[in-house]
Design a protein around this ligand. Structure first.
Ligand code: 5GP
Length: 190
């Protein structure tokens, strides 16, 4: 009997509302979310060790050399990576682990962990995406435009995901993601 938890990759353009969806998912006691490391600066209200492990470039590179990441990627000029140790520990305890990561990271995870499930959270429209990005009020115009461009590229790649779920009404989206996780667990041979 194999009781390892499922590795669940969740991607979607910045502003698609992934964070809100993930917050709802982790209310389930069998689901944990991996805290990524990044070299980007904290936004207002973000705490080290909670939202991200905020690292210097030097420290991040050290972790790469020590093989400390399940995957890592560069996104809009910064490094982001999923620490290996905690995720593996949770999975060995039978917990499902969510990696909220961008598309290049998802590709790497799929190559190394073919048993994972990948879910793309799609914004209802580009207009809603832009409104959400601007609504944060934390980013400069340049960053917003760069993230909108990147969003278009990411949406193109949504076809590589096992599930594409539109984030319209929150409860519906969360229920759809939970249903996808449940279905995938039923497919695995235990
Ligand atoms: P943000 O700067 O808005 O928090 O994140 C930017 C992008 O990086 C998002 O698409 C987010 O999902 C992704 N991201 C966050 N953590 C990781 C990670 O550990 N690895 C990868 N590949 N992407 C990540």
């Amino acid at each position: 009997m194999k009781n390892d938890g499922l590795l669940v990759v969740i991607s979607g353009p910045a502003g698609a509302g992934k964070g809100t969806v993930v917050k709802e998912l982790v209310k389930d006691e069998n689901i944990e979310v991996s805290v990524s490391a990044t070299t980007r600066s904290p936004r207002a209200g973000e705490e080290d060790g909670v939202h991200y492990h905020f690292l210097t470039q030097e420290k991040f590179k050290e972790m790469i050399e020590q093989n400390g990441f399940l995957e890592y990627a560069q996104y809009c000029g910064n490094y982001y990576g999923s620490p290996k140790k905690q995720a593996q520990q949770w999975m060995s305890e039978g917990k499902d682990v969510i990696l909220e990561i961008e598309v290049q990271g998802c590709q790497k995870i799929k190559e190394q962990n073919p048993d994972c499930v990948s879910i793309f959270i799609m914004p209802p429209s580009m207009e809603v995406l832009e409104q959400r990005l601007r609504g944060r009020g934390t980013e400069t115009e340049e960053v917003i435009l760069r993230r909108m461009e990147r969003a278009k590229e990411e949406i193109e790649l949504s076809k590589n995901y096992d599930y594409v779920i539109v984030n319209g009404p929150l409860e519906e989206c969360v229920a759809d993601v939970m249903a996808a996780i449940k279905k995938e667990k039923q497919k695995r041979v235990y």
